[in-house]
Ligand binder design. Structure first.
Ligand code: ADP
Ligand code: 5GP
Length: 211
């Protein structure tokens, strides 16, 4: 039976380690396709267009919205971020589990549009460790770090809407936990309705002696 991929949302406070985790997950397992978002924020040192993000102007982003080319988009700390539609649809169809590393407003829109999606939230081991990681990354000014910590205070209100939380303490353990949750999600009854129907029909036919 051909298996369609699961749409997986990974959210978490800025600095929790989502990017690091996704990289490690993709390196270890090959059934995942990581969606590359479009954003109006400027690239950080070391980021390249088309790799971490498609970096675009506000005009180009608004044009993409107008064309209905995004499955979801949101504004985060004064910038637009959005998920291009074409890649997500083609990879799911090809049987890949597609990962969207997006913030909470986008995550909730995805859940609304794709009720089968799996929502995961990456937590740091503690608030202090979160701030240390953000500062340690060294890519944002103190002003932006404060803005992102404030955003975390808002985001913490919505975590119960996610299906699972994972704590990113030891990276390799967190990768295995994520992978295990996704594997288990493939086996939920509601994601296997077609297969269940098929077996049900066959059983009925067999029991009536039709086969
Ligand atoms: P996010 O994508 O969630 O904003 P990053 O992946 O950029 O976070 O990680 C933020 C910082 O924390 C980076 O400097 C990264 O190297 C570090 N980091 C990520 N995961 C861990 C971990 N498990 N233990 C220690 N440091 C980590
Ligand atoms: P950063 O600027 O640190 O790369 O990302 C800021 C926030 O935007 C993170 O929480 C990240 O998960 C989120 N984000 C990245 N891409 C998208 C997207 O396509 N849509 C939404 N809604 N959020 C995104």
């Amino acid at each position: 039976m051909k298996r369609r991929g699961i749409l997986i949302v990974v959210s978490g406070f800025s600095g929790a380690g989502k990017g690091t985790l996704m990289k490690a997950l993709m390196q270890k397992y090959d059934n995942y396709a990581l969606s590359i978002s479009m954003t109006t924020r400027a690239p950080r040192p070391g980021e390249t267009d088309g790799k971490e993000y498609f970096f675009v102007t506000r005009e180009a982003f608004e044009q993409k919205i107008a064309e209905d080319g995004l499955v979801e988009y949101a504004s985060y700390c004064d910038h637009y971020y959005g998920t291009p539609r074409a890649y997500v649809e083609s990879q799911l169809e090809a049987g890949k589990d597609v990962i969207l590393e997006i913030e909470i407003q986008g995550a909730l829109k995805i859940k609304e549009k794709f009720p089968d999606s799996l929502l995961l939230f990456v937590m740091p081991p503690s608030a202090e460790e979160l701030k240390d990681r953000l500062v340690g990354r060294g890519t944002e000014s103190m002003e932006v770090i404060e803005q992102r910590m404030n955003r975390a205070v808002e985001e913490v209100q919505g975590i119960e809407q996610y299906d699972y939380i994972v704590v990113n303490d030891v990276l390799s353990e967190c990768v295995e936990e994520l992978h295990g949750i996704i594997r288990a999600a493939h086996n939920t009854a509601d994601r296997n309705q077609l297969f269940i129907e098929e077996i049900r029909k066959e059983l009925e036919e067999l029991s009536k002696g039709e086969k």
